[in-house]
Every structure is written in C-alpha cells, then in structure tokens.
Design a protein around this ligand. Structure first.
Ligand code: ASP
Ligand code: MG
Length: 423
C-alpha cells in the first residue's frame, strides 16, 4: 500500500469526458488500498478567461486601489469547479472522494497575492480522511494567507501545489499528468527526431523549466529538488492500464544514462537592449541594473564591449519581451544620470540553450555548440553560461535552424549508453 499524489493539468480536465477519463486513472491507482490525493488545475482556458475578466474591469481606471486580493479570489475559482467535478466523477464510479479547497486543508501561504509562496500544509484533516479511504481531490494553484484571504501561486502553480502536498503527506510518489508523454530532448514540433528522456536530473529540469520548456512550473522543480522528491511527468491521454513510463525527474545520482548534454531549449520571450557609448568606468553597469530593478524588470544575459580608443563601452542585455517598453522608458528617464549616448532595442530575438549536468566534467561543449551554429551561418549576439548550461541569443528567424543543428550536433536523437560507475 502506498500514498500517491496525482496531478492533472488543464487539458487533462478540459471537459467532462476528460474528467471521466481522469477518474478512471485515479480509480486504477486507488485499487488495492493505495491512499490517493489528486491535485487538479482549472479546465484549460478557464484561468485565462477569468484573468481577462479581471483585466477588463481593472482597465476602467488607473486610479483605483490595488485589486490583487480579489484577483486571487476570482482566478482560484476555476480549480474549485474541477475539484468538485472530479470528486463527483469518482463517486459515480463507486469510490469515496471529496474535494478540498486551499483554505479547507489549509494550505497556508505568504501575503504575496497572485504569486504567493507556500508556507505550510496542514495534514491533520486531509491525512486521516485519506487513511479512512477517501480520495482527496485538491484544488491546485490556491491557498490561504494569514488574513484568511484566498491566495494563488502564480500561473502554472498547481504543479507546485502537487509537489508541496506530496512532501507534506510524505507521499511515495508524485505523478504529474499532462498532455505530453514526458520531457523531450527538445521541442518535438521543431526536431522530429526529439526523444523522450527516461530520466532527467532536477538541476537540468530546472534549467529547462526556466528556459521556456513549459511542462513544469519552475518553483515545483525547486521544491522537489530541495526535498529530493522524484516527480514523474506522464500523459493523461493514455488508456487506463497502459504502460506509461513518462520521464522521472530525480536526483542526478539516479539518472541512468551517460551523456554530456541532455536537452536543447529555446525561449522567444526575449528582448535585447543596447546602450551606446556608456562611459567605461566603475559602477556604470551597477547604475543600469539599479534602474532596471527599480522598474521591476529582470535582467538576464549581459555583455559589454569596450572601445579602448575613447574609453566608452556598449552594454547589451536582455529582458523579458513583456518588459521591454517598461525597461526602455526607465532607461530614457535615467539617461542623464547614467550617462550614455543612445539606446537600441530588438525584440525579434530568441535565446537557445543547451543543458546538461555532464558539462561539469566534460570539455568541448562550447566548441561543438559554436561550430554547429557557425556552420549554419547563425550569428550569436549574446552568450551566457552556467555550470550546466550555455545560452546564446540569436535572431528569431533562425530559431528552428539553431535548435535542429544543436540537437543533432549533440546526438540527442540517439539513445545514450548506460552510465558506468567508476571502479
Ligand atoms: N490554472 C492555473 C493556470 O492556468 C494553475 C495551473 O494550471 O497550474 O495558471
Ligand atoms: Mg501546467
């Protein structure tokens, strides 16, 4: 007998037919006396619809008071509906089930409305209920703050609800069901020969999640890594009883294949800004970064090109595409104080990255990467690296070409050899 947390995303509960199917998958796990908690998202499209309602009213005036508390109460309602529907579907199959909202558990969060962090999850009510044979159907994405108000965990947050619940319940497994059958070496829509990975290390998944492979919310992977809780990503579209291996996201010691690079990710959500002829003196980059952080803009990649002849520098950096206008207006305001001659910007850029824990111990990754790009005549604008990742910024037009070139340069279409442990 095991304790299992299953999570179903929006497409998995998109309509009543899918919800009935999910009930079948849950019933299968509950067989044989397993204790099961199910975390659900809202029906696909529902959260967007609710957000749009809030935005439309909010746009009536820019003078009004903050509305984040009511935003949370409204957008959390999508999950209330699916948790209730799934509980009914389970009862109709003869199982015992009940829905749980965030405040009923309670799943406590901090006060940061619309992007709250989970503090603690009480298991004194849900635990005994599960032990008594009730399937717990938990509304994902939501919690309650110290003031008793509903909070939400940021878009995609029901992944984090599931991982946190699995930790709190000391679950044996946390299975995240979605509309793809696992984590791939790259986007299969771009590279037809992309392969499903059997296993991927937490660190690699973290890089891929934050680089735009939108399968898991980044925070859920951080949480799983901190508690060393393996998560399995698998499809909810398979038939009940099908062999459905998915991808196990786990500690690097548990990954079983020998490879240097595990995946190629890309993000089109980037914009590039260049400040021209900045004075080449200490503190200039700090001033630029201060202007950006005061405007609440996150700066990602940075490069500086210095011209010795006139003591000036061009500083290029990237921000999220959504933040470009905000960043440009903050920089124009601060131009006199920072001291530069002009600004250029470009939002037709893509960040392409190769990720792999093997980079820590193998050389030559950068060479392979830049040669593959050079052979296709793809110009690299900005470069950023970490211990397990190299990212380049390129013209968006070459996104597909670059992803395919790197996927084949690192032989990601072939199955790697199993790990050999050192003698
Ligand atoms: N329904 C929420 C969203 O669309 C949370 C989730 O699906 O994880 O962002
Ligand atoms: Mg999701």
């Amino acid at each position: 007998m095991a304790r299992i947390v299953m999570k179903f995303g929006g497409t998995s509960v998109a309509n009543l037919e899918r919800i009935r199917h999910v009930a079948g998958l849950v019933a299968e796990e509950a067989k044989g006396g397993n204790e099961v908690a199910v975390v659900v998202s809202a029906m696909s499209g529902e959260t967007n619809r609710l957000v749009a309602l809030v935005d439309a009213l909010d746009a009536d005036s820019d003078k009004g008071a903050a509305i984040e508390d009511e935003y949370d109460s409204i957008v959390a309602s999508g999950e209330q509906v699916t948790s209730g529907l799934l509980a009914i579907a389970l009862r109709r199959r003869g199982l015992k089930a009940r829905s749980w909202l965030g405040w009923q558990i309670p799943l406590r969060t901090d006060m940061a409305h619309s992007k709250a962090r989970i503090g603690e999850i009480e298991s004194s009510a849900i635990g005994p209920s599960m032990a008594a044979g009730n399937i717990a159907v938990v509304a994902g994405f939501q919690g309650v703050n110290v003031e008793g108000r509903i909070s939400t965990l940021g878009r995609g947050g029901s992944d984090t609800s599931a991982v946190a619940l699995a930790v709190a319940l000391k679950a044996d497994r946390c299975d995240i069901y979605t509309d793809v059958d696992g984590i791939y070496t790259t986007d299969p829509r771009i590279a037809k020969d992309a392969r499903r990975l059997n296993r991927i290390a937490f660190e690699e998944m973290l890089e891929l999640a934050s680089l735009g492979a939108k399968v898991l919310q980044t925070r859920s992977v951080e949480l799983a890594m901190n508690y060393n809780l393996p998560i399995r990503v698998l499809t909810s579209m398979a038939d009940v009883g099908d062999h459905n291996p998915g991808t196990l996201v786990c500690h690097e010691d548990e990954t079983m294949e020998e490879r240097v690079v595990s995946g190629v990710a890309y993000s089109r959500d980037e914009a590039q800004i260049t400040l021209l002829r900045l004075k080449d003196a200490p503190g200039m980059v700090a001033k630029v970064c201060r202007a950006m952080s005061e405007a609440n803009v996150i700066v990602d990649m940075i490069v500086q090109g210095i011209s010795r002849s006139d003591n000036s520098a061009n500083l290029t950096f990237t921000v999220g595409k959504r933040d470009l206008d905000k960043a440009l207006s903050a920089l124009k305001t601060a131009q006199g104080e920072i001291g530069f001659e002009g600004i250029k910007s470009d939002s037709d850029v893509t960040k392409v990255s190769v990720v792999g824990i093997g980079m820590r111990s193998h050389t030559g990754v950068a060479q392979t990467m830049f040669e593959a790009l050079a052979e296709r005549n793809i110009n690299v604008e900005v470069i950023a690296t970490s211990e397990i990742k190299i990212s380049v910024l390129i013209d968006s037009e070459y996104t597909e070409l670059a992803v395919r070139a790197l996927h084949s340069a690192f032989d990601l279409h072939t199955t790697p050899a199993p790990k050999v442990s050192a003698p």
